[in-house]
Design a protein. Structure first.
Length: 115
């Protein structure tokens, strides 16, 4: 069974940190390209960070310098370290694994940043 399970969300004060995890199972291998998205209430889902199979990373301008995407291939897990959090980072964060023509999604984890 193909699954992506996010964890690590929660409530944090502005300036704080959280680390999100995305554990993959089934035929998804986090050594391939993996992406973190987020969706705030009333807004479109947006790409936050991505990591390629070669380890190259990219970030949305709004999170550059504050968020870091990484992976542990042995654990088949991708992480999103979020520092200096702002209230505008409040959203549901989703892990995504594009595999061929299929795009797999996790259930999402809520991140709430209070001011």
């Amino acid at each position: 069974q193909v699954r992506l399970v996010e964890s690590g969300g929660g409530l944090v004060q502005a300036g704080g940190s959280l680390r999100l995890s995305c554990a993959a199972s089934g035929s998804i291998f986090t050594s391939n390209r993996m992406v973190w998205y987020r969706q705030a209430p009333g807004k479109e889902r947006e790409l936050v960070a991505a990591i390629t199979s070669g380890g190259s990373t990219s970030y949305a301008d709004s999170v550059k310098g504050r968020f870091t995407i990484s992976r542990d291939s042995a654990k088949n897990t991708v992480y999103l370290q979020m520092n200096s959090l702002k209230p505008e980072d409040t959203a549901i964060y989703y892990c995504n694994a594009p595999v061929g023509v299929t795009s797999y999604w996790g259930q999402g984890t809520q991140v709430t940043v209070s001011s």
